[in-house]
Design a protein around this ligand. Structure first.
Ligand code: FER
Length: 185
């Protein structure tokens, strides 16, 4: 499934963008949880144009520079809406290399395992702090409470989910470290 296709349609549903604007948006925000390479974005823009889901207008910048400003078409809006409202089964668990190491923990010495878990805990805590700061920043920017109609609601949802995930990961790592600390088997 071409999920990048829907990421592009979603971005364009809020207003027209150049290819450059789009790669910037991927870098800044969307890319934090849905990364895409420049090399993937441009062929997808071409494909979506051929399919009639987006269109572009060539804008002259200065004397020579040209850029394509992309916008979503009515067919594109219908396509996006179809995807947004479609029910899906729970996807397979995202692969996490650390889980594979946890599964094979008995092949390590206790101290090695403790160091590995402590290192992961430190890094996950740093990530949680980063996300917490992002969330505070978003709340300040949004001003009043963020409700369904707020333009920040989607960003808020994705950030709160990410923060819950990292906090949950940290508390699991702490419990695992305690288990290794307290049993002397
Ligand atoms: C953001 C910063 C980080 C953001 C998402 C993330 C949606 C991370 C998400 C994740 O790790 O799942 O601004 O905006």
């Amino acid at each position: 499934m071409r999920v990048l296709k829907y990421a592009i349609l979603g971005l364009l549903d809020h207003g027209s963008l150049s290819g450059y604007d789009m790669t910037s948006r991927f870098k800044a925000e969307l890319g934090q949880f849905w990364s895409a390479k420049h090399s993937q974005i441009y062929p997808e823009l071409k494909k979506l144009t051929d399919e009639g889901f987006i269109e572009y207008e060539t804008v002259i910048q200065g004397s020579k520079l040209e850029k394509k400003m992309y916008s979503i078409t009515e067919a594109g809006k219908r396509e996006l809406h179809g995807w947004l409202t479609e029910f899906k089964p729970v996807p397979d668990t995202v692969k996490d290399e650390f889980m594979l190491k946890a599964y094979f923990i008995s092949s390590m010495e206790r101290d090695e395992a403790k160091r590995l878990f402590a290192d992961q805990l430190q890094k996950r805590e740093e990530k949680a702090v980063f996300l917490k700061n992002k969330l505070e920043e978003l709340k300040r920017e949004a001003g009043e409470s963020i409700t369904f109609r707020s333009p920040h609601f989607g960003h808020y949802l994705v950030l709160t989910r990410a923060l819950e995930r990292e906090n949950g990961y940290c508390s699991w790592l702490e419990k695992a470290l305690l288990l290794m600390e307290n049993d002397r088997s």
